[in-house]
Design a protein around this ligand. Structure first.
Ligand code: NAD
Length: 286
């Protein structure tokens, strides 16, 4: 721990699993107080007893130590959990209010919660085969959530005095997009559309709130070893393709991306805003 986020308070959405849990852990390790936001305090895909695989992204079970409790055990200090559906304005507004009431302020907003409906299908789905409900659901959880997270976080950040020794900066927003915010990927139309929206909204917020000293950047990860890609991880053919697509090899560890999330929320990124940052093992080089 180097204390790069000491004195800061962060909300991390989608904190109960995968990349969100890794970001919450990295933020707490660097000295931030973390407000963990998710539908459940801790969960993973339920295993289908017939296939032995976790094949339904909504079929989640609560398990193990909730993220906020894990942070308290590992790093001490105060970390909390707030239940919220990131597609519901009242939930997001209430999560920000609870964070401020319990932890004192809000400096970092990591809008990370997301889904990939395509990863739950056994074959690729092009636009003409994609259901309207899958498209709407993906846009709500991956894109509208970023609008809501930015909106309520910024309302709070604008009211706050900047922390001392932070260059007058008032806030750091870190949105989780994807390499699919840059490029198309076979059979993932809703996901690509939602991540493109996340990238554009990031630039817009950076432009509008730069004068208020609020930073807004995005993470664009390549494929990661999380519940989201669980169905791909057991398929040797698919893995060969994924390996070839990432010059640094294999699927990334969420921890690899969490390091970049720390950078974008730290004073090291003091002259950086509006950037969709690839953290992708070189995926976007080809
Ligand atoms: P994950 O499925 O492990 O975790 C997603 C988390 O978001 C879960 O805890 C889930 O409960 C939460 N969530 C989903 N819908 C929600 C809602 N409506 N309200 C509140 N919380 C909700 O997936 P992950 O791989 O950790 O994904 C995290 C982010 O990273 C997503 O935005 C995803 O698109 C992005 N991403 C993932 C990969 C990858 O390969 N796994 C690659 C690039 C980007």
């Amino acid at each position: 721990m180097t204390g790069r986020l000491a004195g800061k308070t962060a909300i991390v959405t989608g904190s109960s699993s995968g990349l969100g849990r890794a970001i919450a852990t990295a933020y707490a390790r660097e000295g931030a107080r973390v407000c963990c936001v998710d539908l459940y305090p801790n969960l993973r895909n339920a295993i289908n007893p017939e296939t032995g695989k976790a094949d339904d992204i909504n079929n989640r079970v609560s398990t193990g130590v909730p993220t906020h409790e894990f942070l308290v055990q590992q790093f001490g200090g105060k970390h909390i959990y707030v239940r919220a559906d990131v597609t519901v304005a009242a939930d997001v507004e209430a999560a920000v209010a609870t964070c401020v009431r319990e932890l004192g302020r809000l400096d970092i907003m990591a809008n990370n919660a997301g889904i990939s409906v395509e990863s739950t299908h056994v074959r690729v789905l092009r636009v003409h085969e994609t259901s309207e409900s899958d498209y709407d659901k993906t846009m709500a959880i991956n894109a509208k959530s970023i609008f809501l997270g930015c909106k309520y976080a910024i309302q709070q950040m604008l009211k706050q005095e900047p922390l001392p020794n932070c260059n007058g900066d008032k806030g750091w927003i870190v949105n989780t997009a994807s390499v699919q915010g840059y490029v198309g990927y076979l059979g993932t139309p809703s996901y690509c559309a939602s991540k493109g929206a996340a990238v554009q909204l990031t630039k817009q917020v950076a432009l509008d709130y730069g004068p208020d000293r609020i930073h807004c950047n995005a993470l664009c990860p390549g494929f990661l070893k999380t519940a989201m890609t669980q169905n791909l991880q057991g398929d040797a053919e698919v893995l060969k393709g994924i390996n070839a697509a990432h010059p640094l090899g294999g699927m990334g560890d969420p921890e690899d991306v969490a390091r970049a999330a720390v950078f974008l929320a730290s004073d090291d990124a003091r002259w950086i805003t509006g950037v969709p940052l690839p953290v992708d093992g070189g995926f976007l080089t080809q």
